[in-house]
Design a protein around this ligand. Structure first.
Ligand code: SAM
Length: 233
């Protein structure tokens, strides 16, 4: 996409950099999508706390409306929510990840979209589950991502956000034998809470846990935040 010429020179550079970053993330996930699905599509079987929180999320959303698995990857969170009774669809930036999600979960709709500019109307979703989908966003783009999550939720709608805890930026350079260029950003929960509040969401609960075993996941501490859009529940 051509950068609009009405922006100031400095803003144009930032926008171009963000577009380059998104293109890198899309290409990297396209390259690893089949390996990611093969290794992680069943990971919830080994993650009891994640299952418990997703069940709570599904129960809280109930029949109030549609739920989005945002940054869905191979769609296992969408699948779990669907089996828990939610009406769910998935969204991802990577077309090959979406191919995997559709192959593994043929009854669930999956769409290509950028979480920094969702093609969804205001106030349309009862819930957003975003599991590790902010991990490749630059810190500068987090306010836009959280602003979009808040925008598309109905009043009283619920967000469940999961992320890696820490200060580091991990640059693996290869995953499962395939080259990648993208960066993985870890976050302090207090900083994420503050950004969610600034996006207009109320923090309901913050949960942290130590990593499960190395055979299950990357050895990082994990955080989960339930945040709600104010308004009628
Ligand atoms: C670490 S994976 C997490 C996938 C899945 N939610 C899970 O828990 O395994 C991050 C996912 O977010 C997607 N993603 C990254 N940036 C995105 C963006 N700007 N918009 C939509 N999806 C994005 C990636 O394509 C990838 O599938």
């Amino acid at each position: 996409m051509k950068t609009p010429t009405t922006r100031s020179a400095g803003t144009e550079v930032q926008v171009e950099k963000e577009e380059e970053r998104l293109a890198t993330v899309r290409a990297d996930y396209d390259r690893i999508a089949d390996a990611y699905a093969a290794r992680l599509a069943k990971e919830l079987d080994s993650k009891p706390l994640d299952r418990e929180l997703l069940l709570r999320f599904a129960a809280a959303v109930g029949q109030r409306g549609v739920v989005c698995d945002l940054g869905c990857g191979p769609g296992h969170v969408a699948c779990f929510l669907c089996e828990a009774g939610a009406t769910v669809f998935g969204v991802d930036l990577s077309p090959r990840m979406l191919d995997e999600a559709r192959r593994l979960n043929p009854s669930i709709p999956f769409y290509e979209a950028n979480m920094l500019a969702l093609n969804l109307a205001d106030g349309t979703l009862a819930g957003v589950a975003a599991f590790y989908s902010i991990v490749n966003l630059s810190p500068a783009s987090l306010p836009a991502a959280f602003g979009e999550m808040a925008r598309v939720l109905i009043p009283g709608g619920l967000l469940l956000l999961a992320f890696h805890v820490g200060d580091e930026v991990v640059c693996p350079r290869e995953l499962w034998g395939r080259p990648v260029e993208m960066e993985f950003f870890f976050h302090r929960p207090a900083a994420i809470e503050q950004l969610l509040r600034e996006a207009g969401l109320g923090i309901e609960e913050v949960i942290e846990r130590e990593p499960y075993g190395p055979e299950v996941e990357h050895q990082s501490r994990r955080a989960y935040i339930f945040a709600r859009k104010p308004g009628a529940a």
